[in-house]
Design a protein around this ligand. Structure first.
Ligand SMILES: [Zn+2]
Length: 56
């Protein structure tokens, strides 16, 4: 069992634990979620902002 929390930028993540259990999708709309099969935890992080300045 892993203790690592997977960080994702998507609202929905999928987990199959490398094929160890059926593929499931976990919603991270509340900010975090957990796989019901392997208890893998996921957290949603904001996308890295690109602060590139656009020369108009
Ligand atoms: Zn899983």
């Amino acid at each position: 069992m892993r203790n690592d929390i997977i960080k994702a930028t998507e609202e929905i993540v999928s987990c199959s634990d490398n094929g160890q259990h059926p593929l499931v999708y976990i919603s991270l709309k509340t900010g975090s979620g957990q796989c019901q099969y392997c208890s893998q935890k996921f957290v949603r992080i904001s996308k890295p902002e690109t602060t590139e300045k656009v020369a108009a």
